[in-house]
Write a new protein. Sequence first.
Length: 746
Amino acid sequence: MTDSLPISAQASAPYLAGLNDSQRDAVLATEGPVLVLAGAGTGKTRVLTTRLAHILAARRATPGQLLAVTFTNKAAREMRERVEAIIGRPTGSWWIGTFHALGARILRRHAEKVGLKSNFTILDADDQLRLVKQMTEGAGVDTKRFPDRAVLALIQRWKDRGLTPDRVTAAEGGDDRRLLAAYTRYQDRLRELNAADFGDLLLHCLTLFREAPEVLADYQRGFKYMLVDEYQDTNVAQYLWLRALAMGHNNLCCVGDDDQSIYSWRGAEIANILRFEKDFPGAKVIRLEQNYRSTGNILAAASGLIANNGGRLGKTLWSAGEAGDKVQVRGTWDGEDEARCVCEEIEALQNRGVSAGRMAILVRAGFQTREFEERLITVGVPYKVIGGLRFYERQEIRDAIAYLRVVAQPDDDLAFERIVNVPKRGLGTAALRTLHEAARAGRMSLTQAAERLLRTDELKPKPRGELAKLLEDFTRWRAMAGAERPADLTAIVLDESGYVEMWKQEKSPDAQGRVENLRELVASLADFDALGGFLEHVALVMENDDAEESEKVSIMTLHGAKGLEFDVVFLPGWEERLFPHQRALEESGAAGLEEERRLAYVGLTRARRKAYVSFAGSRRVYGRWEPAVPSRFIDELPPAHVEVAGTPGVYGGGAVREIERPTGLFSDDDAFAPRQRRRQRAPVIDADSWQVTPPPKKESRFAAGQRIFHQKFGYGRILAVDGDKLEIAFDKAGTKKVMESFVEAA
């Protein structure tokens, strides 16, 4: 056993200088289980590295007796470098890395005990998906009901919960025996290939610890001290892995923040941190509450908001620094007005010396970025999208625009090739090869070649029929292009092509976000009179200079912002259904609401100097103006730490006012100004209840009983009129509700 330094020598070590009392306690409490509740901006990284350096410097353990778990390889490298800088020597054989890296290290030593060889291959996501496809076909899984990506996601969820096929119960989703059979076949095939996926790196370790207790005992004796970062983000398998290893010396230190647990959608279990004291009796809980990042008003607003959560251990952030500016809350007319206000404030801050690189726009959903991207381009402020693609670079947006390009220009081969079999129409490799050969031979476009192939026998009957239907669709859509507004035409194309339905049926975690992005695309076309004008606009936006800039405004989702900080943070879209997100409430109820509130807390605590919260009174969805209700989270911000900006009476008990929508929102030189904009009455916001009364409904040009014609559903008779929505009994399609812009008098 390593001799340790006397207590007096430890307490006076130079690396302890500058730590506050709570940080010092967290560093020196080396024995027994310890939970460090590290609030945002409380110096967590310094505590982590100093604690590890202290254990080594005080000779309480050798590097090989330490196990430190981080959530990224980058964090592991930085931690190693900082510890070595403190102690002045290399850490050598120290076990530090991510869960998966450490799991792989253990597994390669004992692979044969779980049916693998030590040189096993770790499959990437593409390989996993291909393997799942083979297994679902063999197990008789209904791939229309359970697409391959959905099956893979289910298997990964089981692995995140530490469940091998024989341990999956009906309560865990194992009631469908075909899905469970696919999982079993998948695992068997992995062993045959001497391969593992990322979930296996911990799952096989759990099997190893359970079936080879002597191996577990060796590791329990070997790891004298264990430290885990971001404990609130651990899943069940990670928790079981840690707990098994910690049962030896019981010197486990977990560092995390229950108020920043925002990843349940990828398996994180907040219960792991909430029940720490129960899992490890006698555990010491140390709260880091002094914040070194944000001003007092921002911290007070964030603390007041998160206090509404019931599932938390409790702490209150505070700062010894200045109170600073209050959190600014602004109500705007609509999404475009919100983007305008944010970008005007960015420009004003730049004029006052704040660089673009110190500002960030944090959104709840990816589709929100479009209006900010376009506005920033208009005013010439450089920006970057962190953790994702720019709006018009996203797969679903590129696909949708490819459809529109072919509508506008039938000879656009690149666009036609992109979507000819998306969604799948049975036009496989052989059919596309024939199509390309015909085009090259005749020196014509793919569309022209396709038209000729319909009159020959080069294609088999099924692909020929599908190709004929697609060309008929494009012919019909082109005929509609002159009469329909671009937004309406796009909605029709995406609907009738089956493209939106394809993503609705997709079970992958990002599918719903893709559908939201498509809705936002349709909304963006409402400002254009002609399809060609929109396509030209997109080309110019995509051609926007993306040269390296030292200073750019960051745009990212709130989930992607965790761990980052900026002088100025803009938090748009604080509206019910958007934030808190309706899907989170529907899927997880009260637990979902609490996670959404934690997400709001994370957003506020990213700001060092200024935080701006905004909401819109209405948003355009599929070309329609829909009223929006301010988020309940705004009501939960402590009024003493909030400043209302913009329209009087939209926050905190002011008088209800009816205000005309202002004209002149767009200047003449605004590249994104709509050519025509109707004057309309703004939504009325009740300041006490936060209810929004929508604008008066526009009178319809149709009446009940009138005969009409719809391009898709044919002839029918109007049963009821509700603003611009019509309920129609169609002669052949039955009763449906449609927008009046889609019909014409018969």
